[in-house]
Design a protein around this ligand. Structure first.
Ligand code: BGC
Length: 737
């Protein structure tokens, strides 16, 4: 029976896949239990170099994978031993956190997402893959697909923002970029969809914290980007750290077996996150390492990262008849299948790193374009920007103006800071060094000393405009770097206040790993650009934007709160029974006011965000008009065309990200007040207009109901063609049975 169904399955596969299954089976039959558990174990032991003990272990088949593995030479030697000197010659797979670039650093993922440009994001991942593969590494722990609605959470930097539709598009683009046309190509690496799943919903924005996500919400919001990565052919998944609805995600049978394997048919392998198997003991979900190992294996975690409970515990558990060998065979099959897909059994081990693949002109160009497209213009009063190149002198002030490491952002392990182009260096190139007066004012973003203030004020007085480079240093965002305050750290606000005394036009450029709150700076500066941590080419990108060689086009993918007390604040929330009304607005921050009516608002701050999802200005202005629907009704299963005219009413040619949103007014479960359904990046010349058209299928309106079924329900809808999630032209239509 078993052989019969297996051969039926094989009949359905292409020849190459059949061959892989047969090779995997043949190999599996020759493996001892110890060798199987070795394949299921990933070690950090090559971090500092390859010791005689580790060499002996590789020979013995103790490890299937290493992360953070030493130098190119160490990896090559380890791979040679695995292939030539271990009993079965099974290759190792080397994994690394190549999150937003290897040697060429692209903007942090949250920044990349603000470009809304899947093609460019895919190109960046392609370049990262080339550089990574050139160093003998075959696997990156990216993309991170966690939906992040809370800027307190340090890992929002690694995310693609708060919207599941956009995160799905961009995450799939990253998968395509990393994996290329074929996984076994010399410049392809395996991607890893992480952290599966719900990790971004950590209570209080505190990293590793508990998450409670009802199934419908899980499916409608948190699973979508992972499903898109699966559809894009992602080779591996990583189970997360978080406790999801009482079951840690690294032991979660529902998410890993039911959803990932059964519903989505995933046949690659799942790696745990770092020690997340044995952390189930601290979670209170396993009494000891043996139980943790069993529960992770039962759920379908194939490879254990760093902790060693699989290797240490499962042998005796199998021998005692407590763990079914079939579970282990299945895990090993998944791992070997991916190793074969990557061609690791057949490709020659590279003998030298390919330095020509590193930090190439093409890579720098993509990094610059992505930094340019991801920068968001938040304010531009009286056309403060762009500055004229015939300006006399500019004062460059602030701790982020010339800080290569900080502008690279979190999770950068392999870049060379000396290759990073800072804003200061780029501005000197644009204007000539003599016209740039540099006085940082503060040494780092957390600096509280005013020792540098006098020099900064003097620089401002000597200049015609002041460029402030403010924000967060590298180490303030990323894993385990949650913040309970979202202000600019250190004495940065005080520095801005001091420098403002010079009375010169001021532009603030903020480089940070998360949405921040900086109203005092916004009030004083004529213009504000939010550049995230923009990576290697952040400086030249910003110089182009500041002087008009490029026009800002990025739009926020995470809502910016007015104050940390509003978090989480995100655009695609549900209504309430008492939605706020416009007269609830206009509250002075921090000044409690007696409510006029009982609505879902705050009495000491407006309920709206400071900047909504989708928001971003340009050096030109765009007018939206003439919303048209092809019909006021769409029959179930049919389509509707929605269009609007977008006119460039300003003076420069520019790109606008035109967004399509819908809302279902009543359904069997409540639906968000707006949901992004599509968008277009259009380039329009001054004085011209374009008709931007969207095709909306009723299937695009589907959602998971409370029984976990994907349904489109008939009823009344609103639709917007909009410049951001808080504005736009609104129309109505009905979906009929
Ligand atoms: C992180 C993962 C990362 C892994 C390996 C963990 O702490 O959560 O995102 O891939 O370490 O470095």
């Amino acid at each position: 029976m078993h052989t019969y169904s297996l051969s039926l399955l094989l009949l359905a596969l292409p020849a190459a896949a059949v061959e892989i299954e047969q090779r995997v089976d043949a190999l599996l039959q020759r493996m001892t239990l110890g060798e199987k558990l070795g394949q299921m174990s990933q070690s950090n032991a090559l971090r500092g170099g390859i010791s005689p003990e580790v060499k002996a272990e590789i020979r013995k088949g103790r490890w299937g994978s290493f992360l953070n593995a030493g130098s190119f030479e160490d990896r090559a030697e380890a791979q040679r031993i695995a292939l030539k000197e271990s009993r079965l010659g099974i290759p190792l797979i080397f994994g690394r956190d190549v999150i937003h670039g290897y040697r060429t650093v692209f903007p942090i993922p949250l920044g990349q997402s603000a470009s809304w440009d899947p093609e460019l994001v895919a190109q960046a991942a392609r370049i990262a893959a080339r550089e990574t593969a050139a160093m003998g590494i075959q696997w990156t722990f990216a993309p991170m697909l966690d939906i992040a609605r809370d800027p307190r959470w340090g890992r929002i930097a690694e995310s693609l923002g708060e919207d599941p539709y956009l995160a799905s598009l961009l995450g799939a683009a990253m998968v395509r970029g990393f994996q290329g046309a074929s996984l076994d190509a010399p410049d392809s690496i395996a991607a890893c969809a992480k952290h599966y799943v719900g990790y971004g919903a950590a209570e209080g924005g505190r990293d590793y914290n508990t998450t409670w996500i009802p199934e419908a919400e899980l499916r409608n919001v948190y699973l979508r980007s992972f499903q898109a990565a699966r559809a894009a052919g992602v080779a591996t998944f990583m189970s997360a750290f978080n406790n999801l609805n009482g079951i840690p995600t690294s032991g979660n049978v529902f998410t890993l077996r039911q959803v990932l394997r059964k519903e989505w048919g995933f046949d690659g392998f799942v790696v745990s996150d770092w020690n997340s198997v044995t952390q189930m003991i601290a979670h209170g979900y396993a009494g000891d390492a043996a139980e943790a190992a069993f529960k992770a294996l039962r759920a379908g975690v194939d490879m254990e990262m760093n902790s060693t409970s699989y290797y240490d515990q499962l042998k005796s558990e199998v021998e005692a008849g407590k763990v079914d060998l079939k579970l282990i065979d299945e895990a090993v099959r998944n791992i070997l299948r991916v190793k074969m897909r990557l061609g690791l059994f057949d490709k020659p081990v590279p003998t030298a790193p390919d330095n020509a693949a590193m930090f190439t002109a093409e890579g720098r160009e993509v990094a610059k374009r992505l930094a340019t497209e991801s920068t968001v213009l938040l304010k531009n009063e009286n056309r403060t920007l762009p500055l004229s190149k015939s300006i006399g002198k500019v004062a460059v002030i602030g701790p982020l103006a010339d800080s290569p490491v900080d502008q690279m952002g979190c999770w950068v392990r392999d870049a060379d800071p000396s290759e990073v182009r800072t804003p200061l260096a780029a501005l000197k190139e644009t204007l000539g060094a003599a016209r740039v007066v540099y006085a940082p004012g503060l040494k780092v973003s957390r600096d509280v000393s005013r020792a540098g203030f006098a020099a900064a004020l003097e620089a401002a007085r000597a200049a015609d405009a002041v460029l402030l480079f403010l924000g967060e240093e590298q180490s303030l965002s990323g894993e385990a770097h949650s913040r309970a305050f979202l202000d600019l750290p250190g004495a940065q606000e005080a520095l801005v206040e001091e420098v403002a005394r010079a009375g010169k036009p001021m532009v603030a450029v903020i480089l940070a790993g998360r949405p921040l709150t900086f109203q005092k700076v916004t009030e004083r500066a004529g213009a504000v650009l939010f550049a995230w941590h923009p990576g290697s080419m952040g400086g030249p990108a910003l110089a182009d934007l500041l002087f008009g060689d490029a026009v800002p086009s990025g739009k926020l993918t995470a809502s910016f709160p007015r104050t940390v007390g509003q978090t989480p604040v995100y655009y695609n929330h549900m209504s309430t029974g008492r939605p706020p009304v416009p007269s609830d607005l206009g509250i002075k921050m921090g000044m409690p006011k007696d409510p006029a009516q009982d609505t879902a608002k705050y009495i000491d701050v407006d309920y709206t965000p400071e900047y909504p999802f989708g928001f971003g200005l340009s050096y030109t202005t765009f007018e939206y008009s003439n919303l048209r629907l092809s019909s006021p009704t769409a029959p179930m299963g049919g389509t509707l065309t929605v269009s609007a005219e977008v006119a460039n009413s300003g003076a420069v040619e520019a790109e606008e990200i035109v967004q399509l949103y819908t809302r279902q007014l009543a359904a069997s479960v409540t639906r968000p007040v707006r949901e992004l359904k599509g968008y277009r990046r259009v380039r329009i010349k001054p004085g011209q207009k374009q008709t931007v058209e969207f095709t909306l299928r009723t299937a695009d309106l589907a959602f998971y109901n409370e029984r976990g079924q994907l349904v489109t329900e008939p009823g009344a809808f609103q639709v917007w063609v909009a410049p951001n999630s808080a504005r736009g032209l609104r129309g109505e239509f009905r979906v009929t049975e």
